[in-house]
Design a protein around this ligand. Structure first.
Ligand code: FAD
Ligand code: SIN
Length: 548
């Protein structure tokens, strides 16, 4: 396959970009499962943007910077905040239905925000956004979406037969066509990674099963700079279930918007505790709330804490949080009368592939947008509801950057461009599965998968220390070697590819955490409890030469 623009991923980053790039050429979106299956589809709280008369850009910027604990790139923050309202208007124009009252957007509140500024669609914001984007794309003849195509690796100069091109460039990908079980090469003028996050490296996560960090791992293998992987955000309130019914690790989220509406965290015995940790109590930023809950649970030995919604009122709960109400009821809890048992769960990766303000990576013709990236927006801790916003703003930045290049040098439609793409296609090695065979040992994959999640949850969670990180490092290093040699001799399938990516991402998280000998934002080290601006007021950047 050959295309002008190849987008990997069909969440908000990929789809919003596809719509814009379709003005410039043919867009192919590939996605590893059904097109709506993404973190985006599960987003609850909403999208932060300045719309209220008592709010302004400077306040949103200040809240984001404070939450990011000194590591945000202010220029990137300013960019998402000031472009926010325009990007929201675009979503409304394509038919997204946000919650309104008398024609005005209803603005919710979440932790760390000093004003009400969360635009939402009840408690199913992501589903509504995904629906609207997919509906718009269905009517666009320049966009094709291939479901069940799994991106395996980026094509770089090492995949060329004739090494007549400079290294440091991306030509497309190898992708597993899951239905035919064949690996195909897809060559593109520009490739965009929009593969989302990596919550599945942990035992309990709000992320669906697609979130295995594939884009980060692919980028790393191809030579991209990976930054700030130690900053994994744990959402304070996921629904606690003593016995879970699923065999993968996604847990149900209880949106922070519920606390924004007045719900309060309490112990099982009904005692408030957040006043001991922060003046903003239950609405403090997530790193503080998640650590406080972790501490309370360790002190009491209780397996969960509770969220009390009684101050919100039954009618309002049912109207504004219908999905959460319904879910809890299905678990036997009427949240208009009873408290919800909650625990923290891995939620968001603040780190990822480093990009500049135009969404460019350090590989030519490779861009990235959304949770797969580290753009400088989130620093050491993401402010709630800033990620859907970041994805839209940076996808727009990629479009504008490519538009600028096309205007300067409109090669895309020329014959020269077409023959160049064909030449590259012919010059890329076909996928070679010589020396590999089907294995009888698939059980090893599920064991390794479980082991990765256990190690990450036991030793690289909300509270860390050097001894635990070193133990995790030794084990993950060994497992990485094992999986590498298993991969070399085995015919690929989705489970194996995901395992290979998970182990690499876990390794990157551990390695980055070991490099940061201080506590900042989401990275809390018991043996380095203070922030150390003199030595660590900087991003943690890893390239593959550092991790042989
Ligand atoms: P995603 O939406 O995750 O999309 C990634 C896409 O890439 C998927 O289509 C996936 O199938 C595809 N993909 C991945 N790997 C491959 C591969 N190897 N080959 C092919 N395709 C691949 N943020 C907010 O701002 N506000 C909220 O209210 C909010 N609530 C949230 C609630 C939950 C439960 C969760 C899990 C997250 C929430 N977030 C929220 C975070 C936010 O949803 C994500 O950060 C955002 O949706 C990421 O968008 P994305 O397009 O980058 O990735
Ligand atoms: C939530 O609804 O609590 C999630 C918001 C976010 O992750 O930004």
């Amino acid at each position: 396959m050959k295309t002008d623009f190849l987008i990997i991923g069909s969440g908000i980053a990929g789809l919003s970009l596809a719509l814009k790039l379709s003005r410039l050429g043919k867009v192919l979106v590939i996605t590893k499962k059904l097109k709506a299956e993404s973190n985006t589809n599960y987003a609850q709280g909403g999208i932060a943007a300045v719309f209220s008369g008592n709010d302004n850009f400077e306040l949103h910027i200040a809240d984001t910077l404070e939450c990011g604990a000194g590591l945000c790139n202010e220029e990137a923050v300013r960019k998402i905040v000031t472009e926010g309202p325009e990007r929201i208007r675009e979503l409304i124009e394509i038919g997204t239905n946000f919650s309104k009252n008398n024609g005005e957007l209803i603005l919710g509140k979440e932790g760390g925000h000093s004003r009400n500024r969360i635009i939402h669609s009840n408690d199913l914001t992501g589903k509504e956004v995904e629906r609207a984007l997919l509906a718009k794309i269905a009517a666009n003849r320049n966009i094709k979406i291939h479901e069940y195509y799994f991106a395996v690796d980026l094509l770089t100069s090492k995949n060329l037969k004739k090494k007549n091109r400079k290294p440091g460039q991306c030509y497309g990908i190898y992708a597993l066509n899951v239905r035919s079980n064949k690996v195909e090469k897809i060559v593109s003028g520009r490739t965009i990674l929009a593969t989302g996050g990596a919550g599945q490296v942990y035992e309990h996560t709000t992320n669906p099963s697609i979130a295995t960090g594939d884009g980060i791992a692919m980028g790393f293998r191809a030579g991209c700079e990976i930054a700030n992987m130690e900053f994994i955000q744990f959402h304070p309130t996921s629904f606690f279930e003593a016995e879970r019914e699923t065999n993968y690790s996604q847990v149900f989220l209880i949106s922070e918007a519920v606390r924004g509406a007045g719900a309060v965290l309490k112990t099982i015995k009904g005692k408030e505790f957040m006043q001991k940790y922060d003046r903003r109590k239950s609405l403090a930023p997530r790193d503080i709330v998640a650590r406080a809950i972790d501490n309370e649970m360790k002190k009491s030995g209780d397996p969960y804490v509770c969220l009390d919604l009684k101050d919100i009122g039954g009618e309002r709960i049912k109207k504004e949080f219908p999905n959460i109400y319904k879910y809890c009821l299905s678990k036997g809890i009427d949240i208009t009368k009873e408290m919800i048992p909650v625990v923290p769960a891995a939620h968001y990766s603040c780190g990822g592939i480093k990009t500049d303000l135009e969404g460019k990576t350090n590989l030519k013709n490779l861009y990235a947008s959304g949770e797969v990236t580290m753009t400088g927006v989130h620093g050491a801790n993401r402010l709630a509801s800033n990620s859907l916003l970041e994805a839209m703003v940076f996808s727009n930045a990629i479009y504008e950057s490519i538009l600028k290049q096309e205007k300067k040098n409109p090669v895309k439609k020329s014959l020269k461009y077409k023959s160049e793409i064909r030449e590259i296609y012919d010059n890329i090695y076909d996928w070679n599965e010589e020396g590999t065979e089907n294995t009888e040992e698939w059980i090893l994959i599920s064991h390794n998968n479980r082991e990765i999640k256990e190690i990450m949850s036991d030793y690289v969670g909300i509270v860390r220390n050097t001894i635990r990180l070193e133990r995790a490092y030794r084990r993950m290093k060994m497992m990485r070697e094992e999986i590498r040699s298993f991969y070399k001799k085995t015919k690929v399938n989705v489970e194996l590819l995901e395992l290979r990516n998970l182990v690499n991402v876990a390794y990157l998280i551990i390695y980055s955490a070991m490099m940061r000998k201080e506590s900042r934002g989401l990275h809390y080290m018991l043996d380095y409890p203070a922030k150390d601006d003199r030595n660590f007021h900087k991003d943690t950047i890893i390239v593959k030469e550092m991790l042989k």
